[in-house]
Ligand binder design. Structure first.
Ligand code: CP
Length: 327
């Protein structure tokens, strides 16, 4: 069984409604999945489950959250905004740097230093790897990484774990296929790290040019996660409980390369003939053409429920980082 932290995990207990543990996340930054040992993940999952069940709490009254998005986003930005507003907090921020003094030559360092004076917590998405860590080093307030380049997207991985627990009722013992762009996909990098905390068997489905980075494969091996490489979706469908699809990111390729690769990994309804009855398809979204819209009507599609869960997991994070007593 793969473990990199000393806590033991009965995944079936992740959503149990027993007493909430000590809030070890108060005042912390969330920059990488490496910041999140199993006990913290369990705390986030339990808090998110409670918030999903009871909603309408005023846990962020008088708190100002800065939403600093230097890159496009639909789900992460809007679910963080909805999470903040529904908990009674206020939002400041931007969805691109076009109207910022960065256009006059101001540095990211100075921008984050100033924003940290205006807000109780900073959420940052930035195209450069390491930008969120830099912001955390500068800011006296907690910082959440909402995606930095091809590096990490830890809050998406938490949404993924919450959703898998919800649709499979367990984490340990599952077989999961990661499909598509495993090289540049930051959601994949964070999710693969999260998988190391559970007894999960991975099937890695990608063209060679988009294979999971060697450094992550080495860590998977070191902690004892079983994984194998595959070239087609059909090959793995009968073997897995979760099919985790990802977008081939056009912005990572020149046009000729993109056109060559994009058609290789498209999920279609007829591929489910040999699927397990409990199979669920996840995708961090946005999708382009890698999931045929016919899949949306099958009982296997679970990616819109996954996106909806973003609000509860992000509410849980904001609550835990800003309230010592949690909920
Ligand atoms: N999953 C995700 O990060 O989506 P957005 O880019 O729309 O935020």
């Amino acid at each position: 069984m793969a473990r990199i932290y000393s806590e033991t995990c009965s995944a079936s207990s992740v959503n149990e409604r027993d007493s909430i543990m000590e809030n070890t996340l108060y005042g912390c930054d969330i920059i990488s999945m490496k910041d999140l040992p199993l006990a913290r993940i369990k705390l986030i999952m339990k808090t998110a489950a409670r918030l999903k069940a009871q909603r309408a709490l005023h846990l962020l009254n008088n708190k100002v959250i800065a939403h600093c998005f230097f890159e496009p986003s639909t789900r992460t930005r809007l679910s963080f905004e909805a999470a903040t507003l529904r908990l009674g907090g206020s939002v400041i921020g931007f969805s691109s740097d076009e109207a910022l003094s960065i256009q006059k030559g101001e540095t990211l360092h100075d921008t984050m230093r100033v924003v940290s004076e205006y807000a109780d917590l900073i959420i940052i998405r930035h195209p450069k790897e390491g930008a969120a860590r830099l912001a955390a080093d500068i800011s006296p307030r907690p910082v959440i990484n909402a995606g930095d380049g091809a590096n990490q997207h830890p809050t998406q991985a938490l949404v993924d774990l919450f959703t898998i627990q919800e649709c499979q009722n367990k984490m340990d013992g599952l077989s999961i296929a990661l499909v598509g762009d495993l090289k540049y996909g930051r959601t994949i990098h964070s999710f693969a790290q999260a998988c190391m905390l559970f007894d999960i068997r991975l099937f890695l489905v990608a063209p060679e040019s988009l294979a999971l980075p060697e450094s992550i494969c080495d860590t998977l091996k070191k902690v004892g996660v079983r994984f194998s490489f595959h070239q087609s979706i059909e090959e793995v469908i009968p073997k897995v409980d979760i099919l985790y699809m990802t977008r081939i990111q056009q912005e990572r390729f020149n046009d000729a390369e993109y056109q060559q690769i994009r058609k290789q990994y498209i999920l279609k309804p007829e591929m489910f003939a040999s699927a397990r009855p409990n199979l669920k398809v996840l995708h961090p979204l946005p999708r382009v053409n890698e999931i045929d819209i016919g899949v949306d009507e099958t009982p296997y599609a679970y990616y819109f429920e996954q996106a909806a869960n973003g609000i509860y997991v992000r509410q849980a994070l904001l609550t835990l980082l800003l309230n010592k007593e949690g909920i």
